[in-house]
Design a protein around this ligand. Structure first.
Ligand SMILES: *[C@@H]1O[C@H](CO)[C@@H](O)[C@H](O)[C@H]1NC(C)=O
Ligand SMILES: *[C@@H]1O[C@H](CO)[C@@H](O)[C@H](O)[C@H]1NC(C)=O
Ligand SMILES: *[C@@H]1O[C@H](CO)[C@@H](O)[C@H](O)[C@H]1NC(C)=O
Ligand SMILES: *[C@@H]1O[C@H](CO)[C@@H](O)[C@H](O)[C@H]1NC(C)=O
Ligand SMILES: *[C@@H]1O[C@H](CO)[C@@H](O)[C@H](O)[C@H]1NC(C)=O
Ligand SMILES: *[C@@H]1O[C@H](CO)[C@@H](O)[C@H](O)[C@H]1NC(C)=O
Length: 930
């Protein structure tokens, strides 16, 4: 059959040529899919990647945006979705049993001109992937995840808009080769990409396609962004080589990345970076290749040092030996390592090594536990393909998780089942999908008002079915009697079909059976019982009885099913509408005064007060407990100022900041609604004893509280743009949740720092005893004023004494700072330690905190450390204290780990929580080079 090229006729060539041209013009890299969300046309970008529009996508709306300095076509458009309870999914074709990188990006560009930033969730199939919290209109948020495809499609879904409109800019799929990124846990876990760093990079631009044939994005270590690679060791030098590098193994990092590196000329390389998504269990690999010319008498040997993980430091890296030569990849790493959010790591040379360590690249991924699909996912997916042009059949993702399709309801079991199918008036044709008969959890089936034909299939395995609505179709054949025998049946509506059959009247016992308009159905009255029978032949008297019965029935059901709510007799549209929240006009939720009054029982229980007003306890209808802060009326000059605060508040999200839920502005009153914190304030715990038991909080707990608080403040100072200065840090503003995790409160009433200016001038605000003297005098506010207040809190934690007191500090001293300074500087730390701590602390960790506290309360801001430095010190103290705790109390290693919610630890304890039953070999906690 095959012909020589030469023998092809010219006309065939003419035909062939344009075809080839088109093909090369749209040449897609195999295994790559790049979707330009909201786009109109396909195009090839400057990297040579082919982008396709999502025109055929049935949901949401597209819009053009323009962001300064962003010229890439894929970022000129986006697709946004309504604010509702639904999820919106892109379905991507994949090859089963193949690993992929999926990348979603979000460039907000103020597309909706809203005064709040969007915040919504991203999921992969049924698994929650990440929350997208936009904090700035011109920064691209990016999420990447590595997965092993278990099916022929995968859904990437947006849902749960808490503020603003969900949207997406791009969606990319990159196929990996062979065993790249294989892990022993891939059946149960995805890998969420947290850091992928190219060390010694020649520019700030990332390395990606075509340098990386898999189009991973390797961030440059020269990139300047908050909390990215700080604390770089002195003597760190960049090196590079034009030599080719043999990278063809393991994860195949691109050659361009391996050709550059950093060298610790003073013997060590240190870095600290924030790991998104952590603390948690992760996959962490380093990539090494010797690219310097070492003299024969020179050696390069080094160890990885992680604080608190001494076992890791046993392994010595000798790149030349491990890689068996120069310019070759050596890739040691940990397949299961527990990592903190703030990762400080160090490579230090061994004592017998002549040269310092070298590092080319590094990659850290977080294990994201896969959520099982709902039980009916496979069954229902099979039924959809024949309805595909219909939008309801294209919703994608899992039918129930994380939120159900618009026409489906599910129960809330861990592996949910479909309980209702609501496909009224959807233009369905053909026969009733057989798949529906396999949904054994089904309670409601609404297929009325379609053009369904053929017989009614056998639903006898759906024993929970209560409501069956098949009216107004063209169903034919005999009515299966098994339908009438369903044990829980309440309503069977079959009007206006072409069904036939003889129905024994004693089958129609306790349910409503309406078969009006099916001339060939007959009731065989076989005896004494009188039933509710509605049909063409039923007389008026009977109808009356039925009507009354129905009324009673309906009103009964309304009351008994109040919380199932949606069951009613209205149209499909109304039914759906009732399940949707009112779309919030702005992101911060606006509570009605009546809601607040109901929740707080008319402001019954006061739980706190302060300069800003009074705080009340409340419980919302959905059982959420809240704290309502009623602001003193003169705290805001006008509506606008209040709105500004509210908008600011709704942009701040951090686990160590008390969550802001919404506001209420009615009747001239301004109220802010927060999550309720069960364990009150740190102040109460320190001075009035714990709320119930007579025991004071121990030292390790105090350290953990300090750590939590410092993280919250670090976020305000470094994670927000512009940075936020709290201005009123004190122990009564540190709140403790159910699990004694500390969160900073009252931060929203702060003023934002002005970008580029190191201070903000404003009227002095703060609390005596915590107030930075420099700020008081100069009225120049900087983040170091917060550090001062934080130092005072550290002294409170050590001493258990309030900052200002007439009695605590002796005759001539009324203030904790003077008092503590006197003692600490004369070496008498014992003299200030809270007697309630008894001897249950390690003196070294105590000293660490005491010394740092004194630095924080230095008279001049520039002499005080940053909150990040303080945080690091607290974390070190925690590690010391934990180690000491183990030897002091003879506690097992495991117990000490449990006490630390952010500790760094190694091995299988972490990934396999108690609920997992996969076993992980000891060997994976050792560095491995596959
Ligand atoms: C855009 O780029 C120009 C020149 O590179 C720079 O001066 C300007 O600050 C940039 N603008 C933004 C908003 O990044
Ligand atoms: C995905 O695969 C299906 C069936 O194989 C095909 O009909 C559909 O066009 C594919 N979609 C894309 C976007 O390639
Ligand atoms: C939606 O997000 C909020 C906060 O972001 C979270 O508390 C809530 O559980 C989420 N709801 C669902 C259904 O995931
Ligand atoms: C290696 O040898 C050279 C000269 O041969 C000498 O200058 C250098 O100091 C030596 N380096 C080490 C680490 O011994
Ligand atoms: C059903 O089909 C008719 C005609 O094809 C169309 O006009 C109507 O909009 C469709 N209804 C729905 C709900 O898709
Ligand atoms: C039965 O269905 C017909 C047509 O839909 C309706 O007119 C009649 O009121 C229904 N009867 C009952 C008792 O619901």
């Amino acid at each position: 059959m095959e012909k020589d090229f030469c023998s092809l006729s010219p006309s065939f060539l003419c035909f062939l040529l344009p075809l080839l041209l088109i093909n090369s013009g749209t040449a897609q890299v195999p295994g790559f899919v790049s979707i330009n969300c909201g786009g109109e046309e396909s195009f090839t970008d400057e990297l040579g990647l082919e982008w396709v529009p999502d025109k055929q996508f049935s949901f949401g709306e597209t819009i053009n945006i323009s962001v300064a300095n962003e010229t890439r076509t894929q970022y000129k458009t986006l697709r946004h979705f309504p604010v509702d309870n639904r999820k919106y999914c892109y379905t991507l074709n994949v090859t089963t049993r193949t690993r992929y990188l999926v990348r979603a990006t979000f460039l907000y560009g103020d597309f909706d001109n809203s005064n709040v930033y969007p915040n919504f969730d991203l999921s992969l199939g049924s698994t929650f992937w990440s929350t997208i919290a936009i904090s700035d209109g011109s920064t691209i948020e990016r999420r990447e995840l590595i997965f092993l495809a278990s099916d022929s499609t995968v859904g990437v879904c947006l849902s749960n808009a808490t503020t603003g409109k969900p949207f997406i800019s791009t969606l990319e799929l990159r196929q990996f080769n062979g065993s790249m990124y294989y892990t022993d846990f891939e059946e149960q876990f995805y890998l969420g990409v947290s850091a992928r760093i190219n060390f010694g990079a020649v520019s700030v631009d990332p390395v990606r396609y075509p340098d990386d044939p898999y189009d991973r994005i390797w961030e440059s270590d020269s990139l300047k962004k908050a909390n990215f690679l700080v604390d770089v060791a002195f003597g760190t030098k960049k090196v590079s080589t034009p030599q080719p590098i043999d990278v063809n193994r393991d994860e195949r990092p691109p050659q361009k990345v391996m050709q550059t590196a950093v060298v610790g000329t003073n013997g060590s390389l240190t870095y600290r970076l924030n790991l998104n998504g952590f603390p948690g269990s992760g996959w962490a690999y380093s990539y090494f290749a010797e690219i310097e010319d070492l003299a024969p008498n020179e050696t390069r040997k080094f160890r990885l040092i992680l604080p608190g993980a001494s076992d890791i430091s046993d392994a010595v890296v000798n790149i030349m030996e491990n890689a068996q030569g120069k310019y070759r990849l050596y890739e040691p790493g940990f397949r299961n390592l527990s990592l903190p959010f703030v990762l400080a790591f160090k490579f230090g040379k061994t004592s017998d090594s002549s040269n310092g360590p070298l590092l080319n690249a590094m990659e850290i991924n977080k294990y994201i536990r896969k959520i099982d699909s709902s039980l009916d996912a496979a069954v229902i997916a099979g039924a959809l393909s024949s309805y595909l042009p219909a939008t309801w059949a294209q919703e994608g993702g899992d039918p129930c998780l994380p939120v159900p399709w618009s026409w489906v309801r599910c129960n809330s079991e861990p592996a949910p089942r479909i309980t209702a199918i609501i496909l009224s008036s959807k233009n369905m044709t053909g026969s009733i999908p057989l798949a529906f008969t396999k949904l054994t959890g089904l309670i409601e089936l609404w297929l009325d008002g379609n053009s369904l034909t053929g017989p009614i299939p056998d639903f006898s395995s759906c024993v929970d079915l209560k409501f069956i609505h098949l009216e107004n179709n063209q169903l034919t054949d005999e009515l299966p009697l098994s339908l009438l025998k369903l044990p829980n049946l309440k309503e069977l509506y079959l009007q206006y079909n072409i069904l036939s059959g003889n129905v024994p009247s004693d089958l129609i016992r306790s349910f409503i059976f309406n078969f009006t308009g099916n001339p060939n159905i007959r009731i065989q009255n076989n005896g004494s019982h009188t039933k509710i029978i509605v049909g063409v032949s039923v007389g008026a008297a009977c109808l009356l009885i039925v009507a009354i019965a129905l009324c009673i029935y309906i009103s009964k059901r309304r009351s008994s099913h109040a919380n199932q709510g949606e069951i009613n007799y209205s149209t499909q549209a109304q039914r759906l509408a009732s399940t949707f929240k009112d779309p919030p006009a702005e992101a911060a939720h606006c509570f009605l005064l009546s809601e607040i009054e109901e929740a707080t029982k008319k402001f019954e229980k006061k739980i706190g007060s302060g300069g800003f007003g009074v705080v009340y306890y409340g419980k919302l209808k959905d059982e959420r407990e809240i704290a309502v802060k009623v602001l003193i009326n003169d705290s805001y000059q006008g509506k606008r100022e209040f709105s500004n605060e509210v908008i600011l508040l709704s942009r701040i999200h951090h686990r160590n900041l008390v969550q802001f839920l919404g506001y209420c502005q009615e009747d001239g009153r301004n109220m802010l609604v927060y999550e309720f914190m069960h364990n009150g304030t740190l102040k109460e715990h320190l001075y009035f004893g714990p709320l119930s038991s007579g025991r004071s909080i121990n030292w390790i707990k105090r350290l953990e509280i300090a750590e939590d608080a410092a993280r919250g403040i670090e976020y305000l100072h470094t994670g927000c743009t512009p940075a936020i200065i709290h201005r009123d840090l004190k122990s009564s503003n540190i709140l403790l949740d159910k699990n004694m995790m500390a969160k900073v409160s009252d931060f929203g009433l702060s003023k934002t720092a002005v970008d580029g200016v190191s201070h903000v001038s404003s009227i002095v605000r703060g609390t005596v005893g915590y107030l930075d003297p420099e700020y008081y005098i100069s009225q120049q506010l900087t983040d170091k004023s917060d550090v001062y207040s934080f130092g005072v809190m550290l002294l409170e934690l050590i001493s258990g004494r309030e900052p200002i007191s007439n009695v605590s500090f002796g005759v001539n001293c009324r203030n904790i700072v003077q008092w503590a300074k006197l003692h600490i500087e004369s070496g008498d730390i014992q003299g200030i330690i809270d007697p309630n701590l008894r001897d249950e602390y390690d003196i070294q960790s105590m000293w660490k905190i005491a010394e740092k506290a004194l630095m924080c309360v230095q008279p001049h801001g520039h002499m005080r450390p940053s909150i990040s430095e303080v945080l690091k010190e607290i974390q070190d103290a925690i590690l010391i204290e934990r180690a000491a705790l183990v030897s002091r109390e003879g506690l097992s290693d495991n117990l000490s780990r449990i006490s630390g919610h952010s500790s760094l630890n190694i091995g299988h304890h972490d990934l396999v929580g108690a609920e997992l039953d996969i076993s992980i070999d000891e060997s994976v906690s050792q560095p491995s080079a596959r």
